[in-house]
Each structure stands twice: as C-alpha cells, then as structure tokens.
Design a protein around this ligand. Structure first.
Ligand SMILES: Nc1ncnc2c1ncn2[C@@H]1O[C@H](COP(=O)(O)OP(=O)(O)OP(=O)(O)O)[C@@H](O)[C@H]1O
Ligand SMILES: [Mg+2]
Length: 247
C-alpha cells in the first residue's frame, strides 16, 4: 500500500494544461523542473527529473553499476558492452527506466517516496515535495532537535526495512537524498537502487546506506549502532549469504 503522503486524487486527472514553472535544480547529470498541471481550476505540482543527453553523462561500468539492470535484449547488451552509439542510447534509456521502475515499485510497497506520475523520453515525473512553490529542503540542511532526530532515524531504518521487504536497496542513501517535508522524511533519487537478490553489491550498498545515514544522525546526538541496525535489518541473512562468501 502506498504511503499516506498524498491523497489518492492529488493529481488533476484530465483536460489539463501544463506549464513549466522553472528549474528546481540543475547539475552535471540531471535537472529537476517544477511543472504545474491545471484542470478545472485546480493545480497539481510535479517535479520532472530530466537526465542529460547521453554524450554528457558518465557511464563508468564500475563494479557497483555492473549488473544493475539484469538481462536486456541481446542486441542492446552487446552494443552496451562495445559502447557503440546505439549501446550508449540503450544504456541511457535503461538508466531512466531503471530509476522510474524502482520509484513505482517502492511507492507500491509503501515506502515514503514522491508518488510517481509518468515516464518520459528523457526522464520521469513525480509529485513535487514542497509547500507553495518552495521545494522541501534536503535533510542535510535541516536542524532537527534531539527527539525529532531520534524519531526520524528509527523511521528511516523502518523505510530501509520496507525497501528490503520489496527486495531493493536504495544504493545512494544519505541526508542528501532525503527531503524533509511536513515533519516527515521523504526518500528520493533511485538512480543507484539495486535488486537485493540479484545484484552482487546489494549487501555492500546496504551497509553504505546505513552507515551514511547513521553518520548524519550521530552528529545530531542520536545513539546509533550500525552493526546492531544491520543485524536487525537482516543484513547477514541468507539472501546475502552468497555475496558474503564470494568476498
Ligand atoms: N519530488 C521532488 N520534489 C521536490 N524537489 C525535488 C524532487 N525530486 C528532486 N528534487 C530536488 O532535486 C534535487 C536533485 O534530485 P536527485 O537527488 O533525484 O537528482 P541527482 O541527479 O542525484 O542530483 P544531485 O546530484 O544534486 O543529488 C534534490 O536534492 C531536490 O532538491
Ligand atoms: Mg541525489
């Protein structure tokens, strides 16, 4: 069941007009735009993440990224390996649909993420997390009091558990990829999200995710115990066993 972040009818349904209101963020690899969709006097705000053209993106076939997408069509896989232009295009499209598919999957599993809207050629759209036209801040820049920090740490561990139950590891979780909105932590950016069962680095990424969040919360006075948290999350259970042995 999706989280209770947005009412089911948050998005205006049909006969709408759309306006791009501006850029929320631009960077080397992606840009995020604020888009308004209006119908019958009601407006829904969306965030559109666009991935920059394949030529400008870095496609390092690192250990972490290898195997993210599983098997594709033969021609695509071969082209990607040889890094031809067609291969780069295929990889670009796969990259976008990987992030989109993960967002939808996690939303359906009840993880607190922006409700997904639609996949587009160069990116995807989701609900805008913010108030008025002001985007919610990243957790990194927020000053939580001790009691709130304690609560949010436990809530984020519960979100990680929910992701694991949905067989996913975020892969790039830190206070930079969590938005702080209406006293809640909202997870974003699933570009490095991997499958728990099939990805060789899933356990390693889980450890990294927990460690980097723990560092943030320790700085805010929470007594975090990374090994204990990982144990409670089942980081050593059978699902990861073959990876631990192969190391
Ligand atoms: N749904 C959203 N609502 C509001 N703001 C958003 C949303 N999604 C992304 N943003 C804003 O855009 C920024 C970048 O998004 P994201 O982390 O997905 O992309 P990225 O390519 O990893 O960029 P970066 O390298 O800056 O982290 C976020 O930190 C946030 O400020
Ligand atoms: Mg990010």
């Amino acid at each position: 069941m999706p989280s209770d972040l947005f009412p089911a009818d948050w998005l205006v349904p049909f006969e709408y007009t759309e306006t791009v209101l501006g850029a929320l963020k631009s960077g080397k690899e992606s840009e995020v735009y604020l888009v308004a969709r209006t119908a019958h006097g009601r407006t829904s705000l969306m965030a559109e993440k666009r991935f920059l053209a394949r030529e400008r993106r870095l496609f390092a076939n690192t250990y972490t990224y290898a195997g993210i997408w599983g098997e594709g069509r033969y021609r695509e896989n071969r082209a990607m390996k040889k890094n031809t232009r067609f291969g780069q295009e295929a990889r670009h499209a796969r990259w976008i649909s990987n992030e989109w598919t993960n967002l939808v999957h996690l939303y359906d599993a009840g993880v607190t993420v922006p409700p997904p809207v639609e996949l587009r050629e160069d990116g995807y759209r989701m609900a805008f997390i913010g108030d008025g036209l002001v985007a919610a801040p990243r957790l990194e820049t927020v000053h939580l009091d001790g009691a709130t920090a304690e609560r949010v740490w436990h809530e984020l561990v519960a979100e990680i558990a929910r992701m694991l139950a949905a067989e996913r590891v975020h892969g790039d979780l830190s206070a930079y990829n969590v938005l702080w909105w209406r006293e809640r932590a909202v997870l974003i950016d699933f570009s490095q999200t991997v499958d728990v069962i099939t990805h060789p680095a899933a356990r390693e990424l889980l450890v990294r995710d927990v460690t980097s969040l723990a560092r943030y919360f320790a700085r805010r006075g929470v007594a975090v115990d990374v090994s204990n948290t990982l144990a409670r999350l089942g980081a050593d259970d059978r699902r990861f066993a073959h990876q631990a042995r192969s190391r």
